[in-house]
Design a protein around this ligand. Structure first.
Ligand code: CP
Ligand code: NVA
Length: 308
């Protein structure tokens, strides 16, 4: 039985939903503690490593009065030691929600399909919704608005890019991606986003030249060239993306009050020069912090508690 408060994809949200998360998170950011998860247990079921997602969720759960049970990549053996539907049905008897970080998106869908409790996507190969929602909070804090801005994404058409594409097109923020030809976003996601953009008036564009993408950009965003699970392709990707590195010269072509964003972890000297993390326009550690606050809002909604 799927639960409507699961969060697998940004595509399941409306612009109003995103605004509600951003506003709730801004309120929760001012509070050190809240009892909205009082006595609730949340499982963190991770097939891949994590720093930010694990720590920010564990701290968020604790600050809301609940407690986390972390299940490491080696512990459960999702789909190997035990079938995914059986894991979902068993965890539903113990805990109140599952945060899942998985290799394939199909795994989070199966978990949500069989669980009796909300399932939140803590990153799959397809999407990273908690990252995109946290990023909307960061952009709103820095710019005071979301619609009418222009976000340029330089690099791989990956999980982070896809969730940002969907969030921006729902909210009326222009999205331009510059990727090497064979590493762009898939047509299905672009079509879905174009549907959202036709209602929000967002413009979506795809270019090959990163310099064109960053022109007049309010936000310049990049992510790793090789995502978790793609390690065997690392050499091939390093060659394909060589001219897509984000450095201070490229950033200088954007709007003068541009925000530089990256979800982290960053591969210094690959997609980004190390100096950029400390650039005056960098907000990468604000992004990392805001994962905590947006996830408090996501958990409060998923588990039915009030945010304030
Ligand atoms: N940005 C992010 O999700 O970081 P982790 O992989 O460390 O969780
Ligand atoms: N695209 C990266 C994001 C990490 C937060 C990955 O999937 O590894």
């Amino acid at each position: 039985m799927a639960v409507s408060t699961s969060l697998l994809s940004v595509a399941s949200l409306t612009a109003d939903d995103i605004w509600r998360f951003v506003r709730d998170a801004a309120i929760l950011k001012q509070e050190t503690n809240s009892g909205s998860l009082s006595g609730k247990a949340v499982a963190l079921l991770f097939e891949k490593p994590s720093l930010r997602t694990r720590v920010s969720f564990e701290v968020a759960i604790r600050r809301l009065g609940g407690y986390a049970v972390y299940l490491s990549p080696t512990e459960v053996g999702l789909g190997r030691r035990e079938e995914i539907p059986d894991v979902a049905r068993t965890l539903s008897r113990y805990v109140d929600a599952i945060i899942a970080r998985t290799f394939t998106h199909r795994t989070v869908e199966l978990l949500a399909g069989y669980a009796r409790i909300p399932v939140i996507n803590g990153l799959s190969d397809r999407e990273h919704p908690c990252q995109a929602l946290g990023d909307m909070l960061t952009i709103y804090e820095k710019k005071g608005k979301l619609n009418g801005l222009r976000l340029a994404f330089i690099g791989d058409g990956n999980n982070v890019a896809r969730s940002l594409l969907l969030a921006t097109s729902l909210l009326g923020m222009d999205f331009c991606i510059a990727s090497p030809a064979q590493y762009g976003l898939d047509e299905e996601s672009l079509e879905l986003a174009r549907g959202f953009a036709s209602k929000s008036s967002a413009r979506i564009s795809i270019v090959l030249d990163p310099r064109r993408a960053v022109e007049n950009a309010d936000i310049v965003y990049t992510d790793v060239w090789t995502s978790m699970g793609q390690e065997a392709e690392a050499d091939e990707r390093r060659s394909a993306f060589a001219s897509y590195q984000l450095n201070a010269d490229l950033l200088a072509l954007a709007s003068k009050d541009v925000l530089f964003m990256h979800p982290l972890p960053a591969h210094h000297g690959e997609e980004v020069t190390a100096d950029l993390l400390d650039h005056p326009r960098s907000v990468v550690f604000d992004q990392a912090e805001n994962r905590l606050h947006i996830q408090k809002a996501i958990l409060a909604r998923a588990l039915g508690g009030s945010t304030t």
